[in-house]
Design a binder for this molecule. Structure first.
Ligand code: 5GP
Ligand code: ZN
Length: 114
């Protein structure tokens, strides 16, 4: 989608620190990390929000969670634990309107989230 920063990252038009490159999703380091480990997993195709995910996107979702598994294993995050987050809408703090799953780890997380 024109003007979407994450579409540009997915197409390689904007540089990012890629940590996972799959068929339907990619993972890269968050430019403004909120924890020692902070990665984003996004679909290569433009999907704006959680509520825009369709039945046809189930293979993408499966690959998204395969990416979580392999990346957290590779980064040694599974023994101590990690958090995944998807924000939707302004009250939740969504700032990029292209679906993304945050993976955060490497420090103790508070609950409830702020
Ligand atoms: P949201 O607030 O929408 O849940 O998360 C968007 C995330 O994207 C933020 O954590 C922000 O730091 C990250 N982000 C925004 N623009 C860029 C970018 O150009 N490159 C990378 N690597 N991360 C970005
Ligand atoms: Zn997009």
């Amino acid at each position: 989608m024109d003007g979407c920063i994450f579409c540009k990252i997915a197409k390689g038009e904007i540089a990012s620190n890629i940590v996972y490159d799959g068929e339907l999703v990619i993972g890269f380091r968050d430019v403004n990390p909120q924890a020692p480990h902070h990665y984003l997993i996004i679909p290569k195709k433009h999907i704006a929000n959680i509520t825009d995910i369709g039945e046809d996107d189930l293979p993408m979702l499966a690959e998204m969670f395969r990416a979580v598994n392999s990346l957290t294993e590779e980064k040694g995050m599974q023994a101590r634990g990690f958090r995944t987050v998807m924000n939707q809408g302004r009250m939740a703090g969504q700032t990029v309107d292209h679906l993304h799953l945050h993976i955060l780890g490497g420090r103790v997380m508070g609950w409830p989230p702020g």
